[in-house]
Design a protein around this ligand. Structure first.
Ligand code: ADP
Ligand code: MG
Length: 301
């Protein structure tokens, strides 16, 4: 098969591993810098151009679209979908997952366990909003943050009010969330491929920190997840419409709660912690599922 990998940087661990796994399985893999793809969107026959070259047909495309390029990246991916290329994750599903609030609303509609979460727009509603999620301590998050940046733990009602007020003053979109204290600064990353959790790791925040992101100094280790955690993770990925997803869970007193669903989960942490060849499983999933023109949406919104 001919597989295109949309990635800003061919030297990133995940990108390199996907190329390696594809070649090992006898495929041709080409990394395309997402931001260097351009296209005539009004053309009768959709095409993608790259550094002066008109790209030929690809059987599958693996989107590795960073949060900062979601908008352009998903439009490039949509163009591939319109050409009938099989996307590992569809553009609509990626856009959906990038909006934390939208994701949580979709998951709650289907009865997935979530931390109590609220959102408001006017400073006058802050006090009540914080009470609604159970009062302080509570977590305040920027809707479009990643890697733990823009996630704040407010210990007191007063601190929570000032942080929310400050974010609102900056016109940032935020949510306020119940703090899952019993998680003890740890979360569980479930790596889902094709409706199965193929690898799972526990990420533990460093001492004095509640955010377990590896980018914030968290450490990863192998973990055995419960059947309930397994089914929560696979259902969450399915509801979001993602074939490949990193579903992050917290162990709360009332069972597993989903914190977020990541549509371009990194391979480095999970492969190192579990010793599993996740890249190979992704390519093998593509082999079974990429039939030319099989994308459901073909670029529809
Ligand atoms: P990001 O997208 O920036 O990674 P997350 O929502 O995943 O933002 O939050 C970052 C980290 O903060 C999580 O991995 C988790 O360790 C911690 N965290 C987030 N929300 C909560 C919460 N409601 N209760 C306890 N810890 C949380
Ligand atoms: Mg996270």
């Amino acid at each position: 098969m001919k597989i295109a990998i949309l990635s800003r940087n061919r030297n990133l661990y995940s990108t390199k591993r996907l190329v390696e796994a594809a070649e090992q399985r006898g495929h041709e893999a080409r990394v395309l810098d997402t931001l260097r793809c351009y296209m005539n969107i009004a053309a009768h026959k959709p095409t993608v151009h790259y550094q002066g070259e008109l790209l030929g047909a690809y059987d599958a495309v693996i989107p590795r679209i960073g949060a900062s390029v979601t908008f352009y990246g998903t439009s490039v991916l949509r163009q591939f979908e319109m050409m009938g290329t099989y996307p590992l994750n569809e553009s609509v599903a990626i856009s959906r997952s990038r909006d934390k609030l939208r994701s949580l609303q979709l998951l709650s509609r289907k009865g997935i366990g979530l931390p109590v979460t609220g959102i408001a727009n006017k400073p006058g509603d802050i006090k009540d909003l914080i009470q609604m999620v159970g009062g302080a301590p509570c977590v305040i998050k920027l809707l479009e943050g990643t890697q733990g940046i823009g996630v704040v733990l407010a210990e007191t009602q007063k601190a929570a009010e000032s942080v929310v007020e400050a974010f609102m003053g900056l016109k940032a979109n935020i949510l306020v969330q119940e703090y899952i204290h019993e998680a003890g600064g740890a979360d569980i990353r479930c790596f889902v491929v094709g409706g199965k959790v193929v690898a799972a790791m526990k990420r533990q925040a460093q001492p004095g920190e509640f955010r377990s992101n590896l980018h914030r100094g968290g450490s990863a280790s192998l973990i055995k997840i419960t059947p309930e955690e397994r089914s929560t993770a696979t259902r969450a990925a399915q509801i979001m419409g993602l074939n490949v997803a990193g579903v992050d869970l917290l162990r709360s007193n009332h069972g597993p709660v989903v914190m977020e669903v990541n549509s371009s989960p990194g391979l480095e942490g999970i492969e190192a912690a579990t010793g599993k060849d996740v890249a190979d499983m992704i390519i093998s999933f593509i082999e079974t599922n990429a039939k030319l023109g099989k994308t459901r949406t073909r670029g529809k919104g």
